[in-house]
Ligand binder design. Sequence first.
Ligand code: THU
Length: 142
Amino acid sequence: MAANQTTEYGIDVKTLIMASMEAKKYAYCPYSKFPVGAALQTENDAIITGCNVENACNNLGICAERNAMAKAVSEGHTRFKAIAIASNLDKEPITPCGGCRQFMREFGVKWTVYMTRTDGTCEAMTVGQLLPESFGPDNVKN
Ligand code: THU
């Protein structure tokens, strides 16, 4: 889809994508040298960003998307409308890893993931499309 398309939600996609690109500038990725930024749109149209943060102890690194979601939750937001993801990939869009898809799914299946290329164009899918037949909060019986 085109970057200047308007979401059904108030914030236009371009604004969210620009925020994810800005967040990418703060990526701490000395090992992979693969910077990623993410921008979450909360239900009340706040934008909360995150970047990937790597670590010398490899498996402790965190993806941009999960970082943004953890930041949002820690600031009181658990309902999301959309997330935009930016990387330096120019031909193909950046797609979230399996772990981040599961992390997104915790907060519902009916919100939108905008997967961008460097030129600002993107592909849009819902969390449910990215992670079909998923395991979620309702499956956990206490
Ligand atoms: N990464 C993200 O932050 N988000 C994605 O969607 C894909 C991968 C990060 C993890 C790691 O820091 C680097 O990109 C290379 O995998």
